[in-house]
Ligand binder design. Structure first.
Ligand code: SF4
Length: 78
């Protein structure tokens, strides 16, 4: 489980066990997510898109592998 925090404290976690590399998150927020050499999503820049866009990327993940938590610890998605 990789996890990074944005400048305003939102945490982005990618469950690499769940991720199967179809890249919907990359299509939605290409400045934030890339596929690594194992075809697993990884975060290259947590501030590369608005929080709304990052949540949208998480919603677009077919297996809910991207977990978004706000600065207060509330889960925004899934
Ligand atoms: S959309 Fe989900 S399954 Fe697809 S690459 Fe991104 S994290 Fe992995």
């Amino acid at each position: 489980m990789a996890n990074v925090t944005t400048r305003n404290g939102v945490r982005i976690e990618v469950d690499r066990e769940l991720c199967f590399g179809f890249g919907d998150c990359v299509d939605t927020a290409p400045a934030v997510f890339v596929l690594d050499e194992y075809d697993k999503a990884t975060v290259i820049d947590p501030d590369g898109a608005t929080i709304e866009r990052i949540v949208e990327a998480s919603q677009n993940c077919p297996v809910d592998a991207i977990i978004i938590t706000d600065a207060d610890g509330h889960q925004l998605y899934p």
